[in-house]
Design a protein around this ligand. Structure first.
Ligand code: HEM
Length: 406
């Protein structure tokens, strides 16, 4: 007996609206909310598309985040699969190790700490906007991705970790290569090695000359007491850089573009800046930039939404689908910055691995959007929407470039 081949994991938005979730997710959510999908390496995984099932999976300790767990779906993931143990950050660990390591940095990312950073974020944003204003736009439009969306989160995380500013371009190049799904394994390996080498040197420098940053604190409070190894420190830095940089950058680009196209919403936000918090939640829900994850592997047989997932089987949760689930977000395809429950989105995940940097990401988005609306009220795309290169080839959705003028 032959069986029909499984459909592939949906990753591309439908032609027409680049802001819509990957094609096919709506149908799966309605008809087969836990369905089997084929992965590029010839394996398969369950794809969960309903909000309730996504939260059930991410909130259940019987699903492992460890890429070494049998059945973990590694195909097409960030970095192209499991990393060597030394750089396996706690995002890919289960308790108790995950709990131990995450606790060491929780306070650095708490709302109170991030609020202290807000004036610095504003200052950095203003400086980047000043530089944009100085550009002669008569020949070339400004690329908002290069001018603002990439540098701001890079600078923010660099400050937290104590990465020198002059190195941030190297980071953008290397983290971009790690996240691409279309470069060769060889090139990805080379980028990973270069980033590791750099971070290794950075950690070494914190041991001899500690400063006022997370890495230095981990060195003096944990490494010196034997609670962390050199490799643990490197893994911390890699995780925070990779997780905090490209994600926020893409949300900035997509949010700016959305508001340039939706003049009514932009106008309302400009008139009443107090709406910004709700607007950022709604933009996070609406765009759901993590396009094919988070992922898990079942440690035992678990029933989710009436479907038995067996021990050793892999699961991918479709965040863009969960965040457009009409049972939770009525009229989910519409951007509504006054949506009362937008903050219930799962764009930052859910459960014990829920995004550590969410307060920072929120603050960056709030500052950038408010500043752009105030300083560049007439900003608009400098090319037709069809000519904007969307990142359909990347794990994290967004725009590769966003030419703008004003
Ligand atoms: C985890 C999304 C910004 C650091 C996660 C997860 C998601 C996510 C979905 C859960 C992964 C899982 O369950 O396997 C986002 C989005 C961001 C963003 C959409 C921007 C809009 C940041 C920033 C940082 C950060 C600015 C700061 C460094 C982390 C870390 C984890 C994580 C360390 C792992 C948490 C754990 O495993 O306990 N993020 N993130 N993220 N994020 Fe973010």
């Amino acid at each position: 007996m032959t069986t029909a081949p499984l459909p592939p994991l949906p990753t591309r938005p439908p032609s027409g609206c680049p802001f819509d979730p990957p094609e096919g997710l709506d149908r799966l959510r309605a008809e087969e909310p836990l369905s089997k999908v084929a992965l590029d390496d010839g394996t398969w995984a369950w794809l969960a598309t309903r909000y309730a099932d996504v939260r059930a999976i991410l909130g259940d300790a019987r699903f492992s985040s460890d890429t070494n767990t049998p059945g973990y779906p590694v195909s097409g993931m960030t970095g192209g699969g499991p990393r060597p143990g030394a750089t396996r950050g706690f995002i890919r660990m289960d308790p108790p190790e995950h709990t131990r390591l995450r606790r060491m940095v929780t306070r650095d990312f708490m709302v109170k700490r991030v609020e202290e950073l807000r004036p610095t974020l504003q200052k950095l944003t203003d400086e980047l906007c000043d530089a944009m204003e100085r550009v002669d736009r008569s020949e070339h439009p400004v690329d908002l991705v290069k001018a603002l969306a990439l540098p701001l989160p890079s600078l923010a995380i660099s400050l937290l970790l104590g990465v020198p500013y002059e190195d941030h371009e190297t980071f953008q190049r290397l983290t971009g290569a790690l996240l691409s799904r279309e470069i060769s394994e060889e090139d990805r390996g080379a980028a990973r090695a270069e980033l590791l080498e750099y971070i290794d040197r950075l950690v070494e420098s914190k041991k001899s000359e500690p400063g006022d940053d997370i890495l230095s604190r981990l060195v003096t409070e944990r490494y010196d007491k034997g609670e962390l190894t050199h490799e643990d420190l490197v893994a911390f830095a890699v995780l925070l850089l990779v997780a905090g940089h490209e994600t926020t950058a893409n949300m900035i680009g997509l949010s700016a573009l959305t508001l340039m196209l939706d003049r009514d919403t932009a106008g309302r936000l400009r008139e009443d800046p107090a709406l910004i918090r709700g607007a950022v939640e709604e933009l996070l829900r609406f765009h759901s930039i993590i396009r094919n994850g988070p992922r898990r592997a079942a440690l035992e047989d678990v029933e989710v939404g009436g479907q038995l997932i067996r021990k050793g089987e892999g699961v991918i949760v479709a965040v863009p689908s969960a965040n457009r689930d009409e049972d939770v977000f009525p009229d989910a395809g519409r951007l509504d910055i006054r949506r009362p429950n937008a903050q219930h989105h799962v764009a930052f995940g859910y459960g014990i691995h829920q995004c550590l940097g969410q307060a920072l990401a929120r603050a960056e988005l709030q500052v950038v959007i408010t500043t752009l609306l105030r300083r560049f009220p007439t900003m608009r795309p400098a090319v037709p929407l069809e000519e904007i290169p969307f990142r359909t080839d990347m794990v994290i959705y967004g725009c590769h470039a966003l030419p703008v003028t004003w």
